[in-house]
Ligand binder design. Sequence first.
Ligand code: ARG
Ligand code: ZN
Length: 417
Amino acid sequence: RGTLSTVTALALLALSTHASPLPQPREQVLRCTLDTAEQVSHIENQNLDVWSHHGVSAGEKARPIDVRVNDAQKAALLATGVRCEPFIEDVAALLKEEMIPVSQQTLQKRAAPSDPYFSTYRSFAEINAQIAKWASAYPTTFKDLGSVGQSAQGRALRAFKITSAKTGPKKAIWLNGGIHAREWVSSATTMYIAHSLLTAPAGSPAAALLDSLEFYFTPMSNPDGYEYSRTTNRMWRKNRGKNAGSSCIGTDLNRNWDEHWNVVGASQDPCSDTYSGTKAFSAPETLALSKFALSLPNRVAGIDLHSYGQYVLRPWGWTYDAPPNNDFYTRLGDGMRDAIRSVYGTRYTSQSGADLYPAAGATDDWMNAKARMVGFTIELRDTGSYGFALPARLIVPTGEEAFAGVVYYARFVLDNK
Ligand code: ARG
Ligand code: ZN
């Protein structure tokens, strides 16, 4: 696994010292092996931010977890006797590297054709501006659908559609990005997939898909959380809705869907990062997205994009039981994994969502069970070296390989469903 070069991080810190006003409390990510149930409950009771994508458990067979702590949290955690080693020495240094924009030259080499839009992570406003730009640049293939609803703080939940001019019955695929605020590469990749479809050379396999499919995009499904993660707290995950009777903000939008809501892997504590809300669809974002998806009569499939971990996740997410058509799902997921790998050799793991950790009320299970769509979750790059703070220079490669996965997925669904 690649690690952040200490030299780079130090150089960046040195460069920016004059510009940083206040010393931020140091935050680290520790890799810890838990031995006792008390250590597990410490992590849960303190609502510590666990970055690793599997359950928190103790004992001989337990996998080590990655957990983000400030100095005080670290001291309290280590006092439980847990065995930890530093995994990311300084989260702040990582965040500086994340925002270094890519030069036009580098972009040119990678993206064909290149677009400076993908040189860095974009704000809500910039994403909307790009949607407007596409609408005028690609009037036949691109359709701006305006907003499908509003976030808790009143931001528009934007949607658009990409298909060819060819008429006739077409199936619909929905790509959803940005449900979790801090997973910036999710929205960037969703936009990159749109870009790749719009610029697909005539006669290419991707362009051919547009004659039989309509691609629907909601690239920024949690705009309030996203903006908050840009301006205030980079590691924010939930939406920014108020919770009655609590000073804690936000609902986990990937625990708020109406499919086995709150039965597992979710919390009823409004201060938890996996707070599932007061009831299914209590958050305006999930309610609006679900209505939008159900408004597509020709819907056949959907992908919910997240980061990080490099997983292709098939159903179910809430139970270890195999879904009906498990064979179909497995062939599809494994094929996507291979298509992704064919671009840069990046290894994704194909498995069920529950095998990561069971969590109910998520987008993917609702797609499969309630919307009768072939629903997947993709966890994009990386596997933890940068975690959520994936450097901007990796947006395009992450997008390119994800696009290969989506093309495979769309073709498979078209041919087999
Ligand atoms: N990291 C995602 C989350 O926590 C994984 C979701 C996978 N799907 C599921 N239904 N468990 O939301
Ligand atoms: Zn996520």
